[in-house]
Design a protein around this ligand. Structure first.
Ligand code: E4P
Length: 229
């Protein structure tokens, strides 16, 4: 499973990219607004830090407007994926961009029917929002399972399932279990994935026992090297 980070905060992106586990980034107009940055500058810097796909969302709602904005966004860097909403105009824009070999992330997907349309429009990624469905009392992960099953039945669908609106580690684990291709994680959720209290407890017990021996691996290596010379 690929991990994208769902933020426009450059400090967070730099910090998490250093883990070596970040395959891409997703942004949206709300995340750009939250960062307080100029959109084109922010996207350019993110693309410098992360070589994988960086989603930048259009804000026009008609095909001509979306295509004009997509041209600007795609010219920022070769790894920009244009994010379009799952609307009739969004999918027409998707098809036109895919014909030009530009990556497209179709966002705001809340049903399997919508995901089928996006795949037929040639989307590179479909973004079903699991957390927002959970908020309505539906199980968002059921939608992921449905989309993965449907896409698997049609080998000519090349669209990757990008699980969005993730709220915690359980969403990531369940998305992986059903074979989703990508999870886009808020920075805090990516950090949570590392955590288990037994890891901390076990590590501190090992370190305490080790300290009591007075040994040092590096010192022992130096002693062996000296002895061999
Ligand atoms: C995905 O690309 C979206 O930016 C994001 O996952 C939305 O998440 P939210 O429902 O927490 O706003």
């Amino acid at each position: 499973m690929k991990f994208f980070v769902d933020t426009a905060d450059l400090d967070e992106i730099r910090d998490l990219a250093a883990t070596g586990l970040v395959d891409g980034v997703t942004t949206n107009p709300s995340l750009i607004a939250k960062s307080g940055r100029n959109m084109l500058d922010a996207i350019a810097e993110i693309c410098d830090v992360v070589p994988g796909p960086v989603s930048a969302e259009v804000t026009a709602t008609d095909v001509d407007g979306m295509l004009a904005e997509a041209d600007v966004l795609a010219s920022v860097a070769a790894n920009v994926a244009i994010k379009v909403p799952l609307t009739p105009d969004g999918l027409k824009t998707c098809k036109a961009l895919r014909d030009r070999d530009i990556m497209v992330n179709v966002t705001l997907c809340f049903s399997a029917a919508q995901a089928i349309l996006a795949a037929k429009a040639g989307a590179t990624f479909i973004s079903p929002f699991v957390g927002r469905l959970d908020d309505l009392g539906q199980r968002g992960l059921d939608l992921i399972e449905d989309i993965v099953e449907i896409y698997d039945a049609y080998p000519d669908f090349n669209t990757e399932v990008l699980v969005a609106s993730i709220r915690g580690p359980a969403h990531v684990v369940e998305a992986a279990r059903v074979g989703a291709h990508v999870s886009t994680l808020p920075p805090g959720v990516l950090r949570q994935l590392y955590q288990h209290p037994l890891t901390d407890k076990g590590l501190s017990a090992f370190l305490k026992d080790w300290e009591a021996t007075g040994q040092s691996i590096i010192e022992q290596a130096e002693q062996r090297k000296d002895a061999a010379e």
